[in-house]
Write a protein that binds this ligand. Structure first.
Ligand SMILES: CC(C)(COP(=O)(O)OP(=O)(O)OC[C@H]1O[C@@H](n2cnc3c(N)ncnc32)[C@H](O)[C@@H]1OP(=O)(O)O)[C@@H](O)C(=O)NCCC(=O)NCCS
Length: 167
């Protein structure tokens, strides 16, 4: 399979060509085209982009701080944690790959990069959390070891200690 080389950098809203990005999901396209720059400026989210050899944005993801109610975690996970009402987390708010690059490993590489950033952060987080937009996205995250919250199956988490062991 053809593999294009990518550079992973922070979104530079003034210089990266965001308009050409098309992952075939209107809300995820709209977010990069219209909203990501503002969210980055206001520190609502950090946005990282994979730049292809021709300078186009091939994929992106966002990270932000979050917290998880201990009561929302499955018993197996919550029993190992202190009895605080919430535990800290990192939210992978959005993850998308341009349709011309899908199925070539970029989505998996972006997810691995996001987990790596969360693990390396000096600010502690128990888990990465995601809100999957549909069944295909849920399957993608499950494939990568994420576990569904018992009360909301489209919301998933992966303890960072587990991600670290998975390498
Ligand atoms: C979901 C998405 C990010 C996946 O990116 P991608 O580059 O096509 O995926 P990759 O080629 O990197 O796949 C990585 C691995 O995930 C698996 N995978 C990909 N999509 C999958 C799915 N829907 N269900 C289960 N596994 C999936 C691949 O088989 C591959 O497995 P392997 O590493 O064991 O070989 C991409 O298809 C996309 O942007 N879709 C539209 C937006 C979207 O749905 N985003 C999800 C966030 S809500």
């Amino acid at each position: 399979m053809r593999r294009a080389p990518f550079t992973l950098v922070r979104l530079d809203a003034a210089h990266h060509d965001r308009k050409a990005f098309d992952c075939r999901s209107a809300p995820l396209n709209h977010y990069l085209h219209e909203q990501a720059g503002q969210d980055v400026r206001r520190r609502i989210a950090a946005c990282f982009v994979a730049i292809a050899a021709d300078g186009r944005i091939a994929g992106y993801y966002t990270l932000a701080s979050a917290s998880v109610l201990l009561a929302d975690l499955p018993d197996g996970a919550s029993k190992k944690l202190p009895r605080y009402p919430t535990v800290p987390a990192v939210r992978l708010g959005r993850l998308a790959v341009d349709h011309t690059y899908q199925g070539q490993g970029l989505g998996g590489a972006l997810l691995a990069d996001a987990l790596d950033r969360a693990i390396r952060s000096e600010v502690a987080s128990y888990a990465m959390v995601v809100d999957a937009k549909d069944e295909a996205a849920t399957a993608f995250y499950r494939h990568h070891g994420f576990i569904e919250f018992p009360s909301s199956p489209r919301k998933l988490f992966l303890p960072l200690a587990v991600a670290e062991k998975m390498g």
